[in-house]
Structures are given as C-alpha cells and as structure tokens.
Write a protein that binds this ligand. Structure first.
Ligand SMILES: Cc1cc2nc3c(=O)[nH]c(=O)nc-3n(C[C@H](O)[C@H](O)[C@H](O)COP(=O)(O)O)c2cc1C
Length: 474
C-alpha cells in the first residue's frame, strides 16, 4: 500500500520528536510512505527534512488556503485562527487524494495523520496468472531428448528479446549473448566440460559417485545452438545507480537475463540446459572473450521431444527440492514458516525430530564433525567428511568446512537443524555426527543436526531415538 503522511509542526520541532510520532502513527499500518505533505512555510524545517529523507519519501507543500477547504474529522478552530486552516495533518492527507486511515495524532509540537493512496493496481486475470505460474513451474534444465531441428532465427530473437528485458542495476544491462553453432568450437568447449566432469567425479565418495556416473551434465554437442551469456562488471562507467554499494548486483542482473531467456524458451518449446562444469577463463579463451568480459553462463539450446515434470536431479535421487516453509523467515532469521503460519521455534524443531517428514531418502553416508574455532580443515580427510565450524572467525574457504558462527545456544540448534536438512536434500541418508571439545555451541549445533536429520527421516548414528531426545536446548 502506498501511504501519505500529513504533518503539521511548530518551528524547531526536532527530528526525534517527529520520528517518534510518525512511528506511533504507522504502528500496524502496512505500506511504504511515498509522500509527506505539510503546510507552506514549514517545508524547510530541518527536523522535517531529515524525517522525509529517512523515509525515502518526497516532500509536498500545500497552501493554507487549500488545506482550509478540506473536510476533516477533527478540525481545531483556534488552529484555524492562527494558521489559516483548521487542520494541517488530516487536511493534507485528504488534499493529496488519499483515504484517511489514521486520524490526527499529536506530540508537543507536531501533528501527523496517515492516508492510503488509491486502490492497488490490478493484477492479471486468473487465466493469465495461471500461464505465468505454469511457465515458471514447467521450465526445466534439459540435457536429454534434443531434436535434430535448427532453431528458427525469429524464435531465437524473441527469446533473446525476453532476456534483454531483464531488470539490471542502474539499467546497466551488463550482459551479452554469444551464439555458438560451429561444431569445432563446441567440441573444444565439450572437452573442457568433460575434464571438469572427471575432476568432480574423482572428488566424490564411492556411493555418491555411482549416482553421478548415471547423470548427464551437459548437451553441448547434442544441441544445434549454444549461447554463452557474459557479464561486463564495469559496464556503464563510474556512476551506475545502485551498484556502488554492492558490485555483485551486476552479476545478479546478468543471471536474471538468463532466467528470462529460460522462461521465454520454455514457452516456445525450446529446451535450455545450463552448463557450469568449466573454468570460465578457459571458455573465455576458446570464445575470444576480451579480458574485461566474464563468462556468466553457458547454455545448450534446442528443440526437445518433451519437458520432464520434475528436475532430473530429483528424478535420479541426486537431490531433493527444499520446502518453501524452510526458506521463509519471519521478521528475524531463524523464525521459519509460510506467511500466516506460526514460525518455528527451537522447541518445535526438537519436537519435529519425533515425527519424520522425509524429504530426501538418499543412500549417502556423511560423517559430520562439529568444531569450535580453528580452520576445521585438519578434520577433513575422506570425501564423506564435512566439518562444521561454529567459531566467530571465518575459516579459509573450503567446501569441506561449513562455517556456522552461532551467536546463541538456540541459534546453534537452529543452524544445526538446517545443516542436517540441507545435507539430506543433497542425498545424505545417514548422518554420523560428533563434536570435538567441550564447546556449548558446538554441542548444541550437534544436537540440532541430530534433530534435523531425524526429522527428515535420515538415520542418525550414535544418538538416542527421537522420543528420548528431551533435553532443553536453551
Ligand atoms: C547457475 C547454474 C548452473 C548449473 N549448472 C549445471 C551443470 O553444469 N550441469 C547440469 O546438468 N545442470 C546444471 N544446472 C541445472 C540445475 O541442475 C537445475 O537447474 C536444477 O537441478 C533444477 O532443475 P530444473 O532447472 O529442471 O528445475 C545449473 C543451473 C544453474 C542455475
């Protein structure tokens, strides 16, 4: 909802006083403040200007004559005699065309009223919405079943136009699309992917490797068209709006272009498979990318005989989809739950250990060692060992060491539950968990891993059955 604040104030009213009053007025009101309206003559008040800036709103000014013309619920005659209008705050809201939802509130030197602007813009019809959700749900990463049929230029242009309409930080549009049809070039790229595939396979524990061997991870030579999507992180020069604080946003922008491409392609019946088994610099060398341009994604594109109903990694048992309720937090990290549902608490996570909600069902065994501090790497060894490090200091990057810097015992439990859930989603069916040393945080996180594993139906070695897990995590 778009909100309007009407504000009347005495000269010299402080920002703090205004802020407290506005916070009080906005309690329980959902929406963003788009504008603040005040009476002519008060617009340069420092307290008001700071308030408007802090709200990210625009400041509008109304004349006392216009304000005096408005019908408001609580006019004050003596204010009218002094200011030329019997109401500033409420009248300003009404004058802006908003519906008054919070009548005037007062502090020592100011008044504020809140209005809601017009009805919300209409969404699409339910049939149109259905199509949008359908293409999102039916988009697939495709690696099999490509047809020997060229991709029509007009169709491809439509798909590229959809990609090119993606949002981008500061409208920097950092992407380019390099279309590759030449078989010799694709062979070179294919060789690079094969080498990476072999390296990944060699890093896997035996049970995981046997599943991986049955997976197809690219369709570089099976598709008539490959598209390298690139990102120029410096495009637009020095003053790209929004990129200054977070340079990663250029990468986000280019990745969204890929998603647009992927969805538009699905609607056209065109399969797309993203391949990331590459050292990007090696691909860049084959494709002649200039040094300032980076490879973002490499896509294999072509017509297909069918689109699978579920991701190949799900159908093969390699990984499972994460429930939305695990991914949604309410107000503070860790309070997970869908909109309208009670968010989970540590006690609920513990109780859930007794009622298996099987999400994975993989055969992989993972040995998990929880440590407090240090690099953690000294506990690595075999490929099935994962170290969880709870210390405050971030260890050197290593995918074998998960950094989970718990701040409290409750948070340690919550983080542990998530570690277990994520492992189960990645095919782990048995967890062998231990903690090193006598750190409370490490011990709580270990407990969380056990509860999380049990709740997902994994076998958790060396721990009590769920019914016996009754100790309080606090
Ligand atoms: C950034 C990115 C890189 C990916 N790299 C590969 C890859 O190298 N090989 C592969 O088979 N799939 C790759 N995928 C596809 C994912 O495995 C796939 O999106 C996921 O399993 C979900 O399946 P769905 O896209 O059909 O819903 C990649 C996906 C993304 C977003």
């Amino acid at each position: 909802m778009t909100l309007v604040l009407g504000i009347g104030l005495r000269a010299g009213t402080s920002y703090r006083e205004l802020r407290d009053l506005v916070d009080r007025a906005l309690t329980g009101v959902v929406g963003a403040v788009e504008s603040v309206v005040t009476v002519e003559g008060r617009e340069n008040e420092p307290g008001l200007q700071r308030l408007v800036a802090s709200l990210g709103a625009q400041l509008l000014v109304a004349s006392s004559v216009d304000l005096a013309d408005q019908q408001v619920p609580s006019p004050r005659e003596h204010v009218g005699e002094l200011a030329g209008t019997a109401s500033v705050a409420e009248a300003a809201v009404v004058l802006s065309g908003a519906e008054l939802v919070v009548p005037k509130l007062k502090s020592a030197g100011a008044t504020v009223a809140v209005g809601v602007l017009g009805p919300a813009a209409p969404g699409y019809s339910s049939a149109d919405r259905e199509v949008v959700h359908r293409v999102i749900a039916e988009r697939r990463d495709v690696r099999r079943g490509f047809l020997d049929k060229p991709v029509d230029d007009e169709l491809l242009t439509r798909v590229l136009e959809a990609a090119h309409r993606a949002p981008s930080v500061g409208l920097s549009q950092p992407w380019d699309f390099l279309l590759i049809r030449d078989v010799a070039t694709r062979r070179k790229i294919h060789d690079l992917a094969s080498a990476q595939r072999d390296a990944f396979a060699a890093s896997l524990p035996a049970d995981r490797r046997s599943v991986f061997d049955g997976l197809k991870i690219e369709a570089i030579l099976d598709t008539p068209l490959n598209i390298a999507v690139t990102c120029d992180p410096a495009r637009g020069g020095r003053h790209v709006l929004g990129r200054h604080a977070d340079p990663r946003t250029v990468w986000f922008s280019a990745a969204i272009a890929v998603q647009n491409l992927w969805l538009a392609a699905r609607a056209e019946g065109l399969g797309v498979g993203w391949v990331s088994f590459f050292d990007p610099a090696e691909v860049g060398a084959v494709l002649g990318l200039p040094a300032h341009v980076d490879l973002l994604g490499y896509l294999c594109v072509g017509h297909v005989s069918e689109f699978a109903a579920a991701p190949e990694l799900v159908r093969s048992g390699w990984a499972a989809r994460r429930p939305l309720s695990w991914a949604v937090h309410q107000e503070q990290w860790g309070y997970r739950g869908l909109p309208g549902a009670e968010p989970s608490t540590t006690a609920a996570l513990r109780d859930a250990a007794g009622s298996s909600v099987r999400v994975g069902g993989g055969s992989q065994v993972a040995r998990v060692v929880v440590v407090d501090g240090g690099s953690g790497a000294e506990h690595l060894g075999a490929a099935d060992v994962l170290v969880v490090q709870v210390g405050a200091e971030k260890p050197a990057a290593d995918f074998g060491v998960l950094w989970r810097p718990a701040r409290t015992a409750d948070e340690a439990v919550e983080l542990g539950v998530e570690v277990a859930r994520d492992l189960v989603l990645q095919g782990v069916g048995e967890l062998q968990v231990s903690s090193v040393g006598d750190s409370v945080l490490a011990e709580r996180l270990t407990q969380g891993i056990r509860w999380g594993g049990l709740a997902c139906g994994a076998a958790v070695k060396g721990v009590d059955e769920p019914a016996a897990v009754t100790d309080s995590p606090a």
